[in-house]
Design a protein around this ligand. Structure first.
Ligand SMILES: [Ca+2]
Ligand SMILES: [Ca+2]
Ligand SMILES: [Ca+2]
Ligand SMILES: [Ca+2]
Length: 307
């Protein structure tokens, strides 16, 4: 989401998953009416899905729409103004790599313009690249061993409160589950092990959960280990942990930081990935449970995605 038309309200941009043409649509956040017509981010025949992000990459106060191709195409990134005009178009990795590219955006060098941070989809190695809005790379580094292809989770977090976000990673399955913090140039600042010596991997998100302008880091293990949710402070010290679901549950949790009560401080929403009724729970930064709801019929145990 991002403010596309400068009215101060976040607008909604939607992409599509694999299996259908890569249609990009814009909706006014105030009226929920579609802005203009949907447009194809890539060739209409491409059915590999796409990643979509919104960020102000040129510092004019309006958000641009940034897309990356999904599996089955060269790793093609396009940056568009709200009216659809393409202002950058580039390959994040060699065009021979056809598993797709994931994108995350944020201003990580504090110049008022968002960078575009790319990672390859699974199978592409832990190669992180940082681009400006024109597609010029400012950093390129491996977050883990270059031959590690298990994948990893990536979040942007200001862990020291200096107003500049760092890159925080957590490795997926296949090595000891390692959390790492990098600066915008790819220099590793810290490493920690959020879940001891497990090798099933974990995922991270980051948000300021207590309003002190330092982002907390939230981690959950992937499937295969007890699904415990942990919060770490900017110094990577664990400050809270909770089992959102029964202690025997090991199939993994989707997590998302959301500010549902509008106080400017984010809460954490959780949902089981599989094998449990679709109970979404919400916790504050100290992991005190705030509320629970069932996203669909309680008999459905296929897992719930949060967005
Ligand atoms: Ca802009
Ligand atoms: Ca920047
Ligand atoms: Ca920082
Ligand atoms: Ca904080």
């Amino acid at each position: 989401m991002g403010d596309l038309n400068g009215d101060g309200v976040f607008d909604i941009i939607t992409g599509v998953g694999a299996g259908t043409s890569p249609l990009l649509r814009r909706f006014d956040g105030r009226t929920l009416k579609e802005i203009g017509q949907g447009l194809y981010a890539y060739d209409q025949a491409f059915l590999g899905g796409m990643s979509v992000s919104a960020a102000d990459v040129d510092g004019d106060g309006l958000y641009e729409m940034i897309t990356g191709t999904g599996n089955g195409s060269a790793p093609h990134v396009k940056v568009r103004k709200m009216d659809g005009t393409i202002i950058a178009s580039f390959y994040a990795y060699a065009p021979e790599f056809t598993r797709g590219v994931n994108l995350i955006t944020g201003d990580i060098d504090n110049d008022g313009k968002s960078e575009i941070v790319s990672t390859p989809n699974w199978g592409g190695g832990p190669h992180v690249k940082v681009f400006d809005g024109k597609g010029k790379a400012s950093a390129s580094f491996f977050a883990y061993e270059s031959n590690f292809i298990g994948g990893f989770s990536l979040a942007l977090a200001d862990t020291d409160g200096n107003g500049i976000k760092e890159l925080v990673t957590e490795s997926y399955a296949g090595r000891i589950t390692s959390g790492r913090v990098f600066d915008a140039k790819g220099r590793m600042l810290k490493e920690w092990f959020p879940h001891g010596t497990i090798s099933s991997g974990g995922m991270v998100i980051a948000a300021d959960l207590n309003g002190d302008k330092i982002d907390e880091i939230v981690s959950v293990p992937l499937a295969g280990t007890q699904s415990v949710l942990k919060v770490f402070d900017g110094g990577l010290k664990q400050t809270a942990s909770v089992l959102p679901y029964p202690a025997s549950y090991t199939k993994g949790i989707n997590i998302k930081a959301v500010d549902l009560n509008g106080d400017g401080i984010k809460e954490i929403a959780t949902a089981p990935k599989a094998g449990l009724p679709p109970q979404v729970r919400r916790f504050d930064g100290a992991l005190k449970v705030l509320d629970s709801l069932f996203a669909t019929a309680t008999s459905f145990t296929g897992g719930i995605w949060l967005d």
